[in-house]
Design a protein around this ligand. Sequence first.
Ligand code: NAD
Length: 297
Amino acid sequence: MICFENRVAVVTGAGEGIGRDYALDLAKKGAKVVVNDIGHGPDGISTAKKVVEEIILAGGRAAASLDSVTTMEGGRRIVETALDHFGKVDILINNAGILRDRTFMKMTEKEWDDVIAVHLKGAFCVTQPALNIMKGRLYGRIVFTVSSTGLYGAFGQANYGAAKMGIIGLMQSLKLEIAKYNIKVNAVAPNAATGMTRGVFPEEVIKRIKPEFNTPLVTFLCSEENIESGMIFTMSAGWFARSAMVSGKGVCIGDTERKITAEEVRERFDRIKSLENALPYENAGEIYSLGRPLTGR
Ligand code: NAD
């Protein structure tokens, strides 16, 4: 059994949807959970408080945080809620999210800024104070939430896709900086019928993409047993897979001395754009190590 006894978790945007189920599952497996969300139900009651009540009624331990992830002050207070109630933070799931869909040419500055603020800046604002605690204790598990929209694109979601891919960029550097502290960071691209996707999926699909079908992978990534870091996982309806940034085998044209022409590139463009035998790399240094062509690998 995967167990979170003596572990403290923070889940942002956990009042509803996918995050709520992450919080319930971690609590069920013994974690003390800070349920963060700025949202309210139709009755005006905080959704985070409702999830906390649900956890406590089931015999678990939890505390609510109603701060927004979009400011450093909010991030600091979310982490302080964990410290005040449970004394530490071992696990952080950055899950809070919003959509402001509009085709790119009609998108307003506010629609752009609001989405970047919650997803990308929010990931920074909460993760930095949480890492401060994790580093000191030489232990941490962090999960970021990304999206197939960032990885592959979706009509009307340029702001959202940019924010989600920004998180991947953040993670790829962060994994290198925190490796020595025994802190693992990974990203998941979930799929579920939730408030966020209301009206998007037809009825027969909604039944198959319940929020809880995303939870097992995230629970595992948050566990001590997970030793992977810097990976991206895609999931939907019980299907789980790794996604990755890959580079193709490419073609070496020059000799590092003479100038290469655009015509030489044109002649080899099919090979340059080919992803045959493409590989993911651990870090950028591996691809760009100075003057070492990769065609031999
Ligand atoms: P949801 O709307 O049900 O839940 C998101 C929660 O985040 C809400 O409860 C909302 O109140 C909260 N939130 C919004 N802004 C916040 C802020 N500033 N501070 C704190 N909380 C805030 O949506 P969901 O579908 O459960 O989405 C969860 C995550 O999964 C999001 O990051 C979303 O982008 C991502 N995602 C969802 C899907 C999907 O198919 N549902 C697909 C890809 C990615």
